[in-house]
Design a protein around this ligand. Structure first.
Ligand code: GLY
Length: 561
């Protein structure tokens, strides 16, 4: 252990000299060879260290993923799930679905009372909110297919971090302080190591999580889905009245899926199919606005935001109706991603007036926007990885598996717990996304890779629940239509709308007073809210160098060489 700690931190010191984090910068970190952009500086350093010792993008992604579970438990996880989009340097592409799935005991009315009303908080807090985790199987599978360094070397940095501790940032200290009460209320065994008043710079240790990671390092998939970790998880479920059994753990498998591939002008968009709605919705949005001269409309002008909103209104309405786990529901992918379909949907677009959404939903509007996490990696060979991963809400269900030290997701809330009733992101759904045993809940996560003229151009993605799709959409069109640098694109203030609730949300400063007035005159309702999305992206420049752009809305960092 001593040797690996020494090696890790020597590497941090040595490699961190090529790291930059000036928040207002208009250009991101420029490097010659390789880049890692994540939500946490330590995770970015871990990824860079793996690349520097000869690992490829998937090796770095595995190491980053486990490190985030330690240093960024807000969303980084082994008790959750996610999606990976991969493009190899030879241009071949693939996607991996390691989304959580509903346990065998789950059923469509599990969150309803006898009068068919949704029981408050049951799908978002505590043991019943958790789906069967997919993260560890996903990383094992990604490494089996594409990894080059030994598995143990990729898990080790996370063990070192959990064991020797690290200093928490202000955001993390605030996050732990916010959930102290619910950690006490929801856990069957108090996580005493977290229950204190946290201040920036305090050292945090995750010793039980370190033991779990050691089992994963030594036994791979079996270190999580079998043996001691599995027993601890199943016992936790029994103590807390949750549904996940050993059989559910045995039955969990991540799935390689054919990417959704489309074009926007001369760019090729490679993104995630269902059970993420993100890839299809992103494709639809790009096709809906492709015919318009966005630059002429002007970035964040009233006319531009009106166009985006009207496209988003139509696409999110389709999302609610048609999208779900395609292994359970016949998702009309081909039709939804056909350019003529989306062009036709836009035929009712009136450049001067807002269309009314059919009915004004009572969707809760979520003001905290970044409960998921995304990272983008390009290695020295030009292989690219985009991974978005989540526990769903901030710190998931708030249940920490006793003696195993990891948080469980509250991903069951991403099913439509009752048709037409909004989830925690204000999203509504129907039959396509109804709960069923073994089914995967619909997601908005949109890890995406963009090519231009056959060459890798962008790796991008974002957290943000329902706002993920529109944040990724804007990160791409900012570059493709407005020629922004990657960093300008990431910094640019965002707007978001999602059909229901029928409102345009905007980051403070995104819209001028004059544009707000114009949009209101067109018939839009507007809501000034906090941050929208947290995009971490990499762009390949014309000279072949890489521009890594970390989102200044968080502690995010680009690191490379
Ligand atoms: N839990 C957020 C998402 O998957 O979209």
């Amino acid at each position: 252990m001593q040797k690996s700690i020494f090696t890790l931190f020597t590497l941090f010191l040595f490699l961190s000299c090529n790291t930059k984090k000036e928040k207002p910068a208009q250009t991101g970190l420029i490097t010659e060879n390789a880049m890692v952009v994540t939500a946490h500086p330590i995770a970015s350093h871990v990824g860079k260290a793996i690349l520097a010792k000869g690992g490829n993008a998937v090796d770095a992604a595995v190491a980053v993923k486990f490190s985030l579970a330690v240093v960024f438990p807000f969303a980084g996880n082994i008790g959750g799930g996610g999606f990976m989009v991969y493009r190899a340097s030879d241009g071949s592409t693939n996607t991996l679905d390691f989304r959580e799935m509903a346990p065998a005991k789950a059923h469509r009315n599990m969150y309803l009372d006898s009068a068919d009303n949704v029981i408050k908080d049951l799908s978002t807090r505590g043991h019943l909110a958790a789906g069967v985790p997919g993260s560890v199987d996903g990383m094992v599978e990604a490494h089996r297919k594409y990894g080059s360094l030994p598995w143990a070397e990729l898990v080790q940095p996370s063990i070192d971090l959990a064991t020797i501790g690290f200093a928490v940032t202000k955001r993390e200290a605030d996050g732990f302080n916010r959930i102290n009460k619910s950690l006490k209320e929801l856990n069957t065994i108090e996580p005493t190591h977290l229950l204190k008043e946290w201040n920036v710079g305090d050292t945090i240790y995750h010793l039980e999580l370190a033991s779990t990671l050691v089992r994963i390092r030594d036994n791979g998939r079996a270190g999580f889905y079998e043996g001691e970790t599995a027993t601890l998880l199943v016992e936790e479920m029994k103590r807390g009245g949750g549904f996940i059994t050993q059989e559910d753990l045995n039955n969990y498998h991540s799935i390689w899926r054919t990417p959704v591939i489309s074009s926007y002008k001369d760019a090729k968009i490679i993104t995630m199919p269902p059970p993420s709605s993100g890839g299809i919705a992103l494709t639809q949005l790009l096709q809906s606005v492709e015919a318009y001269d966005l630059k002429k409309l002007g970035h964040n002008s009233a006319e531009y935001v009106h166009l985006l909103t009207e496209a988003e209104r139509r696409v999110y309405a389709d999302r609610a109706e048609y999208l779900g786990d395609m292994d359970f529901y016949d998702v009309p992918i081909k039709q939804l991603t056909t350019p003529s379909y989306n062009k036709e949907r836009m035929q009712s677009f009136n450049p001067e007036r807002a269309t009314s959404s059919d009915s004004i939903g009572s969707g809760k509007i979520l003001l905290e926007s970044d409960q998921t996490t995304h990272f983008s990696i390009i290695d020295a060979e030009g292989n690219a990885v985009a991974i978005t991963t989540t526990l769903n809400g901030a710190f998931g269900s708030r249940v920490i598996v006793g003696k195993a030290g990891f948080l469980l997701n509250n991903e069951m809330d991403d099913f439509s717990v009752k048709p037409g009733v909004p989830n925690m992101f204000g999203l509504v759904g129907g039959e396509a996304n109804a709960i069923a045993p073994g089914k995967r809940m619909l997601s908005s996560m949109t890890p995406t890779i963009v090519e231009q003229n056959g060459k890798l151009l962008l790796v991008t993605g974002s957290p943000g629940g329902a706002t993920i799709i529109t944040s990724v959409f804007q990160s791409i069109i900012n570059v493709l239509a407005f020629n922004m640098t990657m960093q300008e694109s990431v910094n640019a203030l965002r707007t978001h709308s999602q059909w229901l609730p029928d409102v345009i949300m905007y980051e403070r400063g995104a819209l001028s007073e004059e544009n707000i007035k114009k949009l209101k005159e067109m018939g839009h309702k507007l809501l000034d809210r906090g941050n929208i999305g947290r995009v971490d992206a990499v762009k390949v420049l014309e000279n072949g160098k890489l521009e890594g752009a970390a989102d200044p809305r968080g502690d995010d960092l680009a690191s490379g060489f």
